[in-house]
Write a protein that binds this ligand. Sequence first.
Ligand SMILES: [Zn+2]
Length: 425
Amino acid sequence: MSQDGSDLDRLVAYRDTIAAVASIQTALWRGIDNADCFERLMEAQGRLMAVAGPGYRISFADLVRRLRHGGQGAFAGLMPEWADADVLGQLDGLDLDVEDVPVSDTGVGFDFLLEAENVLRIARKVEDTSPDGFTLAGWEREFSQETVFTAIKGRFYAHHRRNLIENPAVPCEELADLNLPETALGFYQEIGQDCRFQGWWWPCPVCQWPMRVAVGRTRLGRAAPGQVWCQYPFHTETGALYEFAADGKPGSAPMLHPVRPNEPVPASADARLWTGASATVPDALPVEGYKALVRSVWRCTTIPGLSELRLFTALSEELADCPDLAAELWRDGDRLDLNVARGQDREVLFGADFKDYTHLRWLLEKLHRDEGDRGGALWLVVPDHRAEQAEKLDPVCRQYGMQAALTATEYLARVRRFAKGESGE
Ligand SMILES: [Zn+2]
């Protein structure tokens, strides 16, 4: 083969094609915005054309279209016939013996194959499971979530996961103290541009992640008051919404003022489980010297994690008088988020999956797709502020043999009743 060429040419062609896709993966992994992704794509396009040789054209639009539909055969015919780029559509059927490649190339080639396979697998998953189909944002979300969970897997899983929840933003010099695996550390980046004001940023009083900042102008051209809010709507609704004077002395940290009083803790809810904003007004911190988790990891790990940790603490308190029962958090990695275990052999009594989805439709589709919970949880628990979701989820959970969908407070109450029975009260 080769252009007429050797197997090595063929491997290089495969590798470069896959490397082009892997470079987009890297861009996404770093949480780079769309503009940068497109730059990567253009780079990839250049690389592919270099492999294909003079006179062969790969159009940018065609490449994007194929990436968006990265399913079986989507890359067929992208490259000249001799380069057989259909490999991207059928990685598992790859007719290529990696062992035959010179040693220096083996590791690299193999990694590229694995990485590219991972990119495409996630792309297909997003395409199949998201109501909106494939989007770069959906891809990034899914990719960071999987990567971060893979990175923290193992003996210290719970410790690492707790670290990501409790430290979504940290001073750079303390980052190493978290002892997170290298890959997970990669999800800490500089404070986002849209969270800065003249070199300052503010942590949300609930989740500690950088709040969004907006500064406008009045009709007279003066600076209007700046606004600061948490990007998790429940935190904003309960009080994490502030204003500050945007025309203050340069160099001095602007002071925040709450826009409205904090939402009181609802009387019906168990106060221990309240994850709304407190009355503490955050102080400004310098942008220099801090790093924060990328948005998708904050949203998918930190935010639900705050509720999971509260619920775990409350469960442990409820079970204090029952020596035979123990509260469990993230049993077997992320198979069960919460549980009450009985006895030496840790019999599962209240295996629960905790879900904090903004859009009920996605969660319903997930339940149908998995025919209940994939980890075998019998209880689906949602945050208290999503009580209306629990009502709609409950019949679907029962349809798949689960016990119930409940709010965190209701789940805790069930456990409390059970524990009272067990302790003979
Ligand atoms: Zn927040």
